[in-house]
Design a protein around this ligand. Structure first.
Ligand code: AMP
Length: 285
């Protein structure tokens, strides 16, 4: 496994691989790795010739500076995990490498309603930051295929839109959510939960399952109300519980022909967790 910190060296190596007709898979991460990240690497390894994984805690996507400061960094654990997973190249840039002219006054992207719905609404500027870092990473790695987790459902939609805006032919794969045995979606932020908060956190999965099992029997507003109740009883401060069209993320009053998804964002203490579950696949193609 090769570790590059500088774009020039990474680009030179990747160019050599491209001329040898290797296909390149890319898994971008912010480190503090867990089995969810490793599942993306596994899928990339099965689908492409080479797998590049980046570790970069991107300052421009944190709308809350405290969240950025407290974001876990576990590099000494991450590197052996990547080695074991069989990653070919790790890209480990410093902030200056990604933003040589600083992080202020950066370009913006027209993301349409994605910017104001759900995560867009509750984390103003977050998706602009995601696009700023993803554009830089994508232009440096120029992968054939990109592997991202559907745990960050709206982020996948934003990155798909970014690929269209910048006109890259990279194919985005939305990979399944990996969960702990009690249903909690794996997340780097789980590391910050106290044992009590960790026990409470399973309420998110219970709320999502309630919406899934009640999908055909109960009106959506009742499902949302009951999900909120489960979360609040477990001490969560809820940003949103939404049942939405799987393609637009607009809230829907009943099943949507293009698929229906339930999405949750809520705080345990100062730790914000998100999760989602597809309630119904599209009924039209
Ligand atoms: P992060 O390091 O949180 O930015 O995540 C890097 C990538 O891993 C993103 O594409 C996430 O959606 C994905 N990811 C995070 N948690 C999970 C999970 N539990 N299952 C699958 N993918 C995940």
């Amino acid at each position: 496994m090769i570790i590059y910190k500088k774009t020039g060296e990474l680009a030179k190596w990747l160019e050599k691989q491209r001329s040898a007709r290797q296909t390149i898979g890319f898994v971008p991460t912010m480190g503090a790795l867990h089995e969810g990240h490793i599942s993306l690497i596994d899928i990339s390894k099965r689908s492409t010739g080479l797998t590049v994984c980046s570790l970069f805690v991107n300052p421009t996507q944190f709308n809350d500076p405290k969240d950025f400061q407290k974001y876990p960094v576990t590099l000494e654990k991450d590197i052996p995990m990547l080695e074991k997973a069989g990653v070919d190249v790790v890209f480990l840039p410093e902030v200056i490498e990604m933003y040589p002219d600083g992080t202020r006054g950066l370009e913006t992207y027209d993301l349409g309603p994605l910017e104001t719905l759900l995560e867009g609404k509750f984390r103003p500027g977050h998706f602009q930051g995601v696009c700023q870092v993803m554009r830089r990473l994508l232009e440096k790695v120029r992968p054939d295929q990109l592997f991202m987790g559907s745990k960050d459902y709206q982020q996948c939609m934003v990155v798909q839109r970014l690929l269209e805006i910048i006109g890259l032919p990279t194919v985005l794969h939305r990979c399944p959510i990996i969960r702990e045995t009690d249903g909690l979606a794996m997340s780097s932020r789980n590391l910050r939960l106290t044992p009590e908060q960790r026990a409470n956190a399973t309420a998110i999965y219970r709320a999502l399952m309630l919406m899934k099992t009640g999908f055909t029997a109960e009106p959506f507003p009742i499902l949302i109300e009951n999900a909120n109740r489960i979360l609040e009883a477990a001490g969560f401060r809820v940003d949103y519980v939404s049942i939405a069209d799987a393609n637009s993320l607009e809230p829907v009053p009943g099943p949507s022909p293009s698929g229906t998804v339930a999405l949750v964002a809520a705080f345990q203490g100062d730790i914000r967790l998100i999760d989602n579950m597809v309630l119904a696949e599209p009924s039209i193609s």
